[in-house]
Design a protein around this ligand. Structure first.
Ligand code: SAM
Ligand code: DTB
Ligand code: SF4
Length: 339
C-alpha cells in the first residue's frame, strides 16, 4: 500500500476504521481471541555505541543504565524455560549492540544460547543490531525463527533520531534477514516527535517489504530519563488505535505487537488496541531496561476481555541430559494422530 492509500484508510471515521480492521482481523486470524505472550530478555544491557535518541542503553546519555556483560548461556536458558512455563510462546533476546560479526566470541556465544532456547519449542527471536548474510544464515541455522530489526520511524524523520547509522543501514540488515529465510519482525516507535504522516510513511515502507514482515511491533516511546527524548508527551490513544487499525488492514497476516509503553495505557486503551488488531504483547514485569505491566495485571486484563493466551502446538519436555522428550501428553499432534 502506498502512502496515499494508507492516509485515506487512517483518516476514515474512527468507528468505520475500527470495524473494518476487526473484520479483516477475524478473516485472517481464525483464532481471533488469542493473544500471543512474548517474553523479552536483555542478554547484553547498556553501553551501546549508537546514539538512538530514545534509548536508555546508549553509552552517550546518562540514563542510569549500567553497561553489563553478555549473560551466561545457562542463565538465558533458565529464563527461557521460565517464560515458557509462564505461558509465553515467543522468547526474544535483545542485545545493546550496533551489530554483530561472524567469528567473534560474542556472536558464537549468542549462537550457543539460540541453540539451547530453540529446543524449548517456542518461537525464538533475537535483536542484535546490524548483520549481513553470513551472520543471518548462522542465526537461522542455530534455530532463530525471527529477527527483530525495527525501522522505527519514517526515512525522512530517522536522521532526527539517530545519526550513528542510517535508515539504509536498517534496510540492508532487513534484506540480509529476509534472504536468510528467517522471519522478519519489524516495526517502530510512536511518540518520538514525528507527525502522523511520518507514521504512515513508516507503514508504507513496512508494506513495501517483500515478503511482508511476519510481525510488526508498535512501541510507544518510553521517555527514558537522561535521553534527548525524556520530555516527550505520551501519544494520544486514539492516534495509536488508528495506527494499529491501519497496520492491521495494510498487513493482515502480520502479528501486530502492542509493545513498549503499555504502562502508560489504560486497560480500556489497550482493549481498543486489541480490538483494532493488536494480537501480541510483551509479557513479564520488565522489557529490556524499562517497566512493563505486571504479569498478574495482564492476565487479569486478558480474562476481563475473554482473550486467551496463544498456546504452543507442541510442548515438549526438555531435560538437560536428554534434550527434547515427548511424552503422551505433549507428543506432536501429527504423530499422535498417526498412532
Ligand atoms: N540494538 C538493537 C537495535 O537497535 O536494533 C536491538 C535492541 S533495540 C533496544 C530494539 C528496539 O527497541 C528499538 O529499535 C526500538 O524500537 C525499541 N526501543 C528502544 N528503546 C525504546 C524506548 N525508550 N521506547 C520505546 N521503544 C524503544
Ligand atoms: C521491540 O520493538 N520492542 C522491544 C523489542 N522489540 C526488542 C524492546 C522495547 C524496549 C523498551 C525500552 C527498554 O526496555 O529499555
Ligand atoms: Fe543501541 Fe539499539 Fe539502543 Fe540504538 S536502540 S542505542 S542500537 S541498543
Amino acid at each position: 500500500m502506498n502512502f496515499d492509500e494508507l492516509e485515506a484508510i487512517y483518516h476514515r471515521p474512527f468507528f468505520d476504521l475500527l470495524q473494518q480492521a476487526r473484520q479483516v482481523h477475524e478473516a485472517y486470524w481464525p483464532e481471533k481471541d488469542e493473544m500471543q505472550l512474548c517474553t523479552l530478555l536483555s542478554i547484553k544491557t547498556g553501553g551501546c555505541s549508537e546514539d538512538c535518541g530514545y534509548c536508555a542503553q546508549s553509552a552517550r546519555y546518562s540514563t542510569g543504565v549500567k553497561a553489563e556483560r553478555l549473560m551466561e548461556r545457562a542463565e538465558v536458558l533458565a529464563a527461557a524455560r521460565r517464560a515458557r512455563e509462564n505461558g509465553s510462546t515467543r522468547f526474544c533476546m535483545g542485545a545493546a549492540w550496533r551489530g554483530v560479526r561472524a567469528g567473534t566470541e560474542k556472536f558464537n556465544q549468542v549462537l550457543g544460547m539460540v541453540r539451547d532456547v530453540s529446543q524449548l519449542g517456542m518461537e525464538v527471536c533475537v535483536t542484535l543490531g546490524q548483520l549481513s548474510d553470513t551472520e543471518a544464515l548462522q542465526l537461522r541455522e542455530a534455530g532463530v525463527t525471527a529477527y527483530n530489526h525495527n525501522i522505527d520511524t519514517s526515512p525522512e524523520f530517522y536522521p532526527e533520531i539517530v545519526t550513528t547509522h542510517t535508515f539504509q543501514d536498517r534496510l540492508n540488515t532487513i534484506r540480509a534477514v529476509q534472504d536468510s529465510g528467517m522471519a522478519l519482525c519489524c516495526g517502530g516507535i510512536v511518540g518520538l516527535g514525528e507527525t502522523v504522516e511520518d507514521r504512515l510513511r513508516m507503514l508504507a515502507v513496512l508494506t513495501s517489504l517483500d515478503p511482508a514482515p511476519e510481525s510488526v511491533p508498535i512501541n510507544c516511546l518510553m521517555a527514558m530519563p537522561g535521553t534527548p527524548l525524556e520530555d516527550q508527551a505520551p501519544v494520544d490513544i486514539f492516534d495509536l488505535v488508528r495506527l494499529i487499525a491501519t497496520t492491521r488492514l495494510a498487513l493482515p497476516r502480520a502479528r501486530v505487537r502492542l509493545s513498549a509503553g503499555r504502562t502508560r495505557l489504560s486497560p480500556e486503551g489497550q482493549a481498543m488496541c486489541f480490538f483494532a488488531g493488536a494480537n501480541s504483547v510483551f509479557y513479564g514485569d520488565k522489557l529490556l531496561t524499562a517497566a512493563n505491566p505486571a504479569a498478574r495485571a495482564d492476565l487479569a486484563l486478558l480474562q476481563a476481555l475473554d482473550l486467551r493466551p496463544h498456546a504452543l502446538p507442541v510442548a515438549p519436555a526438555f531435560t538437560e541430559e536428554k534434550g527434547l522428550v515427548f511424552t503422551p501428553e505433549n507428543i506432536p499432534l501429527e504423530t499422535a494422530e498417526i498412532r
